[in-house]
Design a binder for this molecule. Structure first.
Ligand code: PEP
Ligand code: CO
Length: 451
């Protein structure tokens, strides 16, 4: 395995693999892996270390209870999904949600896309069987193809280079949209007004939309027109899963001489790769980006405290975000002892709710789905638990799209299991569609105002 000339303070890829890394592709051709990794190492950073530091500052405000995080996007991005329409629709729904949440929370909303790098997926099984044929599981466009053929399922390291280019194209468009006028606050509010007035689902939220309208009219009347009305700051994030990619994108920052993973502003460790002595915890403990860890229902408080010790030994606010994903039926029981003990240990972390991954089930038609009501119930549980403990419910991590897909059931449009087949496009987990995402934002806004 080829290693860079120098990456001080970061273990080599070989050292990481020696830990027995979970959820890694088995590449048949190691020379091709070396070639892809060297190619990636020669490319410019996708994000700058200074931008990662800025995001870390914002997440420190989340940890202190002075800001709220909205993190969202696809479960799995695909190369075919890198189109202007797709990226714009996703961005638009995130911006719409953020306006509603900002108004209700009365604190800044930190906007973090689950995009520009979210191409690799952990799987519960290494294999998939259809009609008696068993093939390697699809692990995301970063690793192999979705088509159910033997050729397509072979892991191809050149796909990591494709991830770089797809992420680069996505980030370029996001940067253009967020600074080039598209994200103008009045425009975003006008889209929300369209949603509220233009659909029976939106109607319920008319009162809040009117309040926001009055606030904006007041601002205009007094002549206030700050820069913040015309552009937004949006950062990128993904699960740091394939070691070759994340290691090749780790660089020494020229300002500070410290390592950053410049494949995205924020990277997180998934529920299946958070082993304390595992490769993912080791690599992410060395980079200086703000990072997250998913915490599922089996997490003990001691696990979380130990993770914080490894990943954030200096206990720096903003460095570490715990993303809990317990499931609607379990959160009220499991979250209180976890939060209480972690807080009592003095751990500084932002607490964020992923109301998606604990609520997935298979519909009778075979589609993987989630009930909108379960998503809402987990978020409600999250707010209730934090309110009772006096801790800050720091934000939301959601799988969503700006398109009118049919992947999650329920919501005001009352999507039924029988409707799932009409537009099911996710190659992995079911996402909230545009209307469900906006409803979620308005419902969470109501929860925030009650809090
Ligand atoms: C995901 O975020 O898509 C995911 C796989 O989550 P988790 O690691 O929490 O299961
Ligand atoms: Co997912």
């Amino acid at each position: 395995m080829q290693e860079p000339a120098s990456l001080p303070g970061v273990p080599s890829l070989a050292e990481l693999h020696a830990r027995g890394a979970a959820q890694q592709p088995t590449y048949p051709d190691t020379a091709a892996v070396d070639a892809a990794v060297s190619q990636l190492r020669s490319y410019p950073p996708l994000v700058f270390a200074g931008e990662c530091d800025e995001l870390k500052e914002k997440l420190a405000a989340v940890a202190r209870g002075e800001a709220f995080l909205l993190q969202g996007g696809d479960c799995a991005e695909t190369f075919a999904g890198v189109t202007a329409d797709n990226i714009r629709n996703k961005l638009r729904v995130l911006l719409q949600m953020a306006v509603v949440l900002t108004y209700a929370a009365s604190v800044p909303v930190v906007k973090l896309g689950r995009f520009a790098g979210q191409y690799a997926k952990p799987r519960s099984s290494d294999f998939e069987t259809r009609d008696g044929v068993t093939l390697p599981a699809y692990r995301g466009d970063a690793v192999n193809g979705y088509d159910f053929t033997a050729e397509s399922r072979v892991p191809d390291p050149q796909r990591l280079v494709d991830v770089y280019h797809a992420s680069s194209a996505t980030l370029n468009l996001v940067r253009a949209f967020t600074t080039g006028g598209y994200a103008d606050l009045r425009q975003v509010h006008a889209w929300n007004t369209d949603f509220v007035l233009g659909s029976p689902v939106g109607n319920r939220y008319e009162a809040m939309a009117n309040e926001i309208d009055r606030a904006l009219t007041f601002m205009r009347a007094i002549g206030a027109d700050p820069d913040e009305f015309h552009r937004v700051e949006m950062h990128s994030s993904h699960e740091a899963l394939v070691l070759e990619y994340e290691h090749a994108m780790t660089r020494i920052d020229s300002r500070t001489s410290l390592p950053y993973d410049v494949s995205g502003h924020f990277v997180w460790i998934g529920e299946r790769t958070r082993q304390l002595d595992g490769a993912h915890v080791e690599l992410l403990s060395k980079i200086r980006n703000p990072i997250g860890v998913k915490l599922g229902p089996t997490t003990s408080a001691d696990d979380a405290i130990a993770l914080a010790g490894r990943l954030n030994p200096e206990n720096e606010a903003g460095r570490l975000t715990f993303i809990t994903r317990m499931g609607a039926g379990k959160i009220n029981e499991l979250l209180p002892p976890l939060v209480e003990k972690v807080e009592a240990a003095g751990v500084k972390a932002a607490w964020v709710c992923d109301p998606m991954h604990g609520n997935t089930y298979e519909a009778s038609s075979g589609y993987k789905t989630r009930r909108f009501d379960d998503v809402i119930a987990e978020v409600q549980g999250f707010f209730d638990v934090h309110r009772a403990l006096g801790t800050w419910p720091g934000g939301l991590h959601v799988e969503l799209t700006g398109d009118d897909v049919t992947e999650c059931v329920g919501g005001g449009e009352e999507l039924a299991e029988i409707d799932l087949g009409s537009r099911y496009e996710s190659v992995c987990d079911p996402r909230l569609n545009r209307v469900q995402s906006l409803e979620l934002a308005f419902l969470v806004a109501e929860m925030l105002r009650k809090a």
